[in-house]
Design a protein around this ligand. Structure first.
Ligand code: DQA
Length: 153
């Protein structure tokens, strides 16, 4: 079964408590369970990691490059300015889908309107709430050529 990394950047560990009017009430622990369950339905083994430490995210992206693993990435605020994450995404060889719970492009802060991830992403899903992660996993399953159903292999 293909392993997919779902990588979440800073402050996303506080989902459910962090500005619920923007990010909703689902906690990160609940998001982990949902991603694993959506992955099972798609025939994907999903590993979810959240970190507030940029180097940890870079290590995971480097692992994804080395092991040719598909990635669902919500780099959170790093999306908007981390050239190290830009460089790490450039090395990925399997599909990369960028996810944001909110739609940064529609938010008032100018700094949110730039993404260092988008140039390397097969698809960007923004403003779909937590369901964006399900859509991202389904996109990866599709890009990998699966039927979207569990193959059991
Ligand atoms: C976010 C949007 C970013 O602008 C913000 O810094 C985040 C979360 C989102 O999921 O909507 O931390 O990536």
């Amino acid at each position: 079964m293909t392993t997919v990394l779902v990588l979440n950047g800073p402050n996303l560990g506080r989902l459910g408590r962090r500005q619920p009017e923007i990010y909703g009430t689902t906690t990160h622990a609940e998001l982990v369970d949902l991603c694993r369950s959506w992955g099972r339905d798609l025939g994907l083994e999903v590993e979810v990691l959240q970190t507030n430490h940029e180097g940890v995210l870079l290590d995971e992206l480097n692992r994804a490059a080395d092991d040719a693993l598909p990635v669902v990435l919500n780099a959170a605020a790093w999306t908007h300015y981390s050239w190290a994450i830009f460089d790490a995404c450039a090395q990925l060889v399997a599909p990369l889908v960028e996810v944001h719970i909110s739609d940064p492009g529609q938010r008032p802060e100018e700094f949110r309107h730039t993404s260092v991830v988008t140039p390397h992403a097969s698809r960007v899903i923004a403003g779909q709430g937590i369901d964006g992660y399900r859509q991202a996993l389904a996109t990866i399953a599709g890009l990998l050529g699966g039927s979207g159903t569990h193959s059991g292999s």
